[in-house]
Ligand binder design. Structure first.
Ligand code: C2E
Ligand code: CA
Ligand code: CA
Length: 683
């Protein structure tokens, strides 16, 4: 999964639900605020109308009082007189500057400690009534304290007469007394007129109806928005499940794994912990699908997924990468790197063992590779930074690269990724990338290693060995690139090149009148798969025209384990063309004496391994060599001993009648010019 695709999917996931949730919350708050404001304004409007009425009444009282005082009355007299006019209706209270009551009617008085200042169109000043204000226990109730059923309950009662209903609606359910201050002409006194804020049943009903109306209006979009949010959330859950679903195993997919593993690794509290990224690979999965069917193949992966799911713990995760490859993030315990590696290896090994038993009647094999992720320390030794740059895909690639190094099923080796491994793999890449250009540029050179006859001490032959003299890297020996060439098949091109070079060299020597020395060239086992190999080689040599008898073709012993019939056929044809054919590296691997019986070879090259090892080994080696030489002689084969470095070995081989010796004792592989000089000196 590419980073861009992953980011896009991630943002898709994040973007969906939160805007709806925020919109819902915002709208709900806005609705409540609007509702409260509307209700407040509505109530104020009703109350305001009443207060304005009271104020006008009070102003009238003030006017009369004022008029009486104009007629010469003192304030007390005027109030006394005034009281007669308004008797029974409105209580009044006259106070002096110090709020001492000068005149008061009624059984209650203003409570100056509870002053009210409010605005309904204009500013009013009032004080609470000492008796009734906010004292619901005396039959007065505030709006909040009236149960709804008191107000609306009997509305639904059958009402026979219209009049009774009007009466019922007009009943006062709330009474709140207060004292309104009105302007009074003489500033030495203040006039307070007692008024009563009353709410009739119908007022309350209006307020409730209005409230319900506004609520209902706001509730509809809110419900719609709520439903939409829920739908979005459900949709998104489904979508995220789909985005993160592995359709084959039914578990979480690779995208999920990448995100989740990254989250685990980048948690600050996980910095001190070590982890391992593991690549689990089911061998020959395609073969399994071919034999048991696609469905059975999928079911196997599903079972693997279920199994792994039961085995991963907290701070761990896994997912299928592709095919039958799984990636796992495992937490590792242990004090040292070595201990952690060991623990991790043990755990993975037991996982593999259990997985192998997943299908009791079918043989399935697994391989694994591990990339350790050590505890995370910053450059300055602090822990507070996150392991943000952890690239899960890259770590998995390393684990995979490690796994590729274990290709023997029986061994159940579980390799760990390290920098050497990366170095090796980078080297392989480099070789693969540059080999063709190098061949084209003539960077491959023929080196010749002389073969001597121990009996005469003369130079009697040579083996052509390749050297890569790279323009960028310098001299590279065959062991660094031949295995890669063999794997990629490029070796056949190199062999052709070497055969041509040697043929050309021989032809030149002939023209120059030099001493003709037989040269052997290596032919890789990969070459024998090619049809008409003998003709092909013949064609390469004939392009320059040297005598076929001067060219020997070395076939490694291991090639005899491939398709034997083709090999025998090719060897016979090569011999028919007049080339000599030798068995290279005899004794290096699993020797089969049988191959000597079947294939009419000219030369047996004894591998240097026979002569290595401790004293005891060398002694036993001598016995084998003695017998091998006797065997070759009986089969009419010429014997060449390779890798000979010591005089004793030469003496021994001379005694045994070995025909030729090739080894550092005599000479190392050398460039052609040097070899030509050596031949001249030897003559
Ligand atoms: P080989 O065919 O067995 O070649 C002999 C190797 O043994 C050479 O290594 C040679 O340098 C080395 N050798 C010779 N005498 C001694 C000795 O006394 N002591 C020690 N320690 N080593 C000795 P080299 O040149 O590095 O080649 C390694 C292998 O690469 C060859 O093993 C051969 O299998 C392959 N190779 C080399 N050139 C070619 C080629 O042109 N084509 C193919 N197909 N393979 C080649
Ligand atoms: Ca050889
Ligand atoms: Ca050899």
């Amino acid at each position: 999964m590419s980073g861009v695709r992953e980011k896009k999917l991630g943002s898709l996931y994040r973007r969906r639900v939160w805007p709806s949730v925020f919109a819902l919350i915002f709208f709900a708050v806005a609705c409540l605020a609007t509702f409260a404001v509307f209700l407040y304004l509505f109530v104020m409007c009703i109350m305001g109308t009443k207060v304005v009425g009271h104020y006008e009444d009070a102003q009238r009282v003030s006017g009369i009082l004022s008029a009486l005082m104009d007629g010469g009355d003192t304030v007390e007299e005027a109030a006394e007189e005034m009281h007669d006019y308004i008797l029974g209706n409105q209580d009044i209270c006259v106070v002096d500057r110090n709020r001492n009551i000068v005149f008061l009617t009624g059984d209650s008085e203003p409570d100056f400690t509870r002053k009210l200042q409010f605005k309904v169109g204009r500013e009013f000043t009032a004080v609470a009534d000492s008796k009734s204000f906010l004292a619901p226990d005396e039959g007065m109730r505030t709006i909040q304290s009236i149960p709804v059923k008191d107000i609306v309950g009997s509305v639904f009662d059958p009402m026979d007469e219209k009049e009774t209903r009007t009466q019922w609606l007009g009943e006062t359910v709330i009474r709140q007394d207060y004292w309104l201050r009105v302007p009074f002409r003489d500033e030495t006194y203040a006039l307070y007129v007692k008024s009563s804020l009353q709410a009739q049943r119908q007022d309350i009903i209006y307020v409730y109806l209005f409230g319900f109306g506004v609520m209902a209006l706001l509730l509809i979009p809110m419900v719609l928005l709520f439903v939409n949010t829920i739908r979005t959330a459900v949709l998104q859950r489904r979508m995220s499940r789909l985005i993160y679903l592995d359709t084959v195993t039914g578990g979480r997919n690779w995208l999920f794994f990448q995100n989740y593993a990254h989250r685990i690794l980048s948690r600050i509290r996980n910095n001190k912990k070590a982890f391992a990224l593991v690549n689990l690979h089911l061998e020959r999965y395609q073969n399994y699908r071919a034999c048991y069917g696609v469905k059975a193949g999928d079911e196997l992966l599903e079972a693997m997924s279920g199994f792994l799911n039961a085995r991963v713990g907290k701070n761990e995760s896994f997912a299928r990468y592709e095919g039958a490859d799984f990636g796992m993030l495992l937490a590792c315990t242990g004090e040292s790197e070595k201990e952690r590696q060991e623990n991790c290896r043990k755990r993975v090994r037991s996982l593999l063992a259990e997985l192998t038993g997943l299908r009791p009647n079918q043989k399935i094999h697994f391989h694994a590779g591990i990339d350790m992720i050590p505890p995370y320390v910053d450059k300055d030794g602090k822990w507070y930074h996150r392991r943000k740059d952890a690239d899960v895909e890259q770590l998995y690639t390393y684990a995979n690269a490690a796994r590729l190094e274990s290709d023997t099923v029986e061994e159940q080796r579980i390799p760990f990724f390290d920098q050497d491994m990366l170095g090796r793999q980078k080297w392989e890449r480099w070789v693969e990338d540059t080999m063709e250009t190098a061949l084209h540029n003539g960077e491959f050179q023929v080196y010749l290693q002389p073969k001597y006859s121990p009996a005469s001490g003369k130079l009697v032959g040579a083996e052509a060995l390749v050297r890569w003299v790279s323009l960028s890297t310098g001299m590279i020996t065959p062991s660094h690139f031949i295995p890669i060439f063999e794997r990629t098949g490029f070796i056949t091109q190199l062999d052709d090149y070497m055969i041509s070079k040697v043929a050309k060299m021989q032809a030149e020597w002939m023209i120059q009148g030099r001493k003709m020395i037989p040269i052997s060239v290596n032919v890789s086992r990969a070459h024998f798969a090619q049809e008409g190999l003998a003709e092909h080689i013949c064609g390469l040599v004939d392009a320059y025209g040297p005598d076929h008898g001067l060219i020997e073709l070395e076939v490694t012993e291991s090639a005899f384990f491939d398709d034997k019939d083709i090999l025998i056929e090719t060897v016979k044809q090569l011999k028919a063309y007049g080339f000599r054919v030798s068995m290279d590296d005899f004794g290096a691997g699993y020797s089969s004496l049988n191959s000597l019986k079947d294939i009419p070879l000219d030369v047996l090259k004894l591998d240097g391994e026979f002569f290595q090892g401790d004293e005891e080994g060398a002694k036993r080696g001598e016995i084998v060599v003695r017998e091998a030489i006797r065997l070759a002689r009986d089969l009419d084969m010429c014997v060449v001993a390779e890798g000979i470095e010591k005089k004793e070995q030469v003496d021994f081989l001379t005694r045994q009648g070995c025909d030729m010796i090739q080894g550092f004792y005599y000479a190392k592989p050398m460039p052609v010019e040097e070899f030509e000089k050596k031949v001249e000196e030897d003559a």
